[in-house]
Design a protein around this ligand. Structure first.
Ligand code: ZN
Length: 176
């Protein structure tokens, strides 16, 4: 019964790459003050196994997401992918420019988000995020969202993908 469950705020699904963890938490704390109410599905590639994964990877992905969904009343999701992801490289996807890489990721974030809606229903909200580390500077951006079953794209869908990013937070990791 739903009322026996904790009133959970959200599930954050991101890559296991340790380069991003402390800074990501600091940024998420600005957006969602109660970090203890956030479930984490931290898995290689974040949501990308849904797109690039073999069957066993997709099963493992849903196993983790389902435990979160069934244990808590999750209505909000944050899907995060990042620049230079080793999982993407491992799957043989190559990019010729940072712009091409970002455009590809935004497309996959949208596709992954729609798969969450297919599974958990149109009433969930999904924020699509992109993170990057340039030297000591970590930045977390929103690249779009899905509300009421519709993908909301920032900026010009066919324009420069960097124009579609909305900065959430930027942190100098050395100063943390
Ligand atoms: Zn990664």
């Amino acid at each position: 019964m739903a009322d026996e469950k904790n009133n959970w705020e959200l599930t954050v699904n991101s890559c296991m790459d340790g380069l991003f963890n402390p800074a990501r938490d600091a940024c998420l704390r600005l957006e969602y003050s109660k970090l203890s109410s956030i479930d984490r599905v931290t898995i290689a590639g974040g949501p990308l196994p849904l797109i690039l994964g073999e069957e066993f990877e997709i099963k493992a992905y849903w196993l983790n997401m389902d435990v979160s969904f069934q244990s808590h009343v999750v209505e909000k999701y944050v899907l995060i992918t990042h620049k230079g992801c080793g999982y993407v490289k491992l799957k043989g996807v190559k990019f010729h420019s940072e712009s091409e890489e970002l455009g590809w990721h935004i497309n996959q974030l949208e596709k992954s988000g729609k798969k969450l809606l297919e599974k958990y229903g149109d009433s969930i909200e999904v924020r699509l995020m992109w993170e990057a580390r340039d030297g000591d500077i970590y930045s977390l951006y929103e690249a779009g969202c899905i509300t009421n079953g519709e993908v909301v794209v920032h900026g010009d869908e066919n324009g420069d993908p960097f124009g579609r990013l909305r900065l959430i937070c930027s942190i100098n990791i050395e100063e943390m």
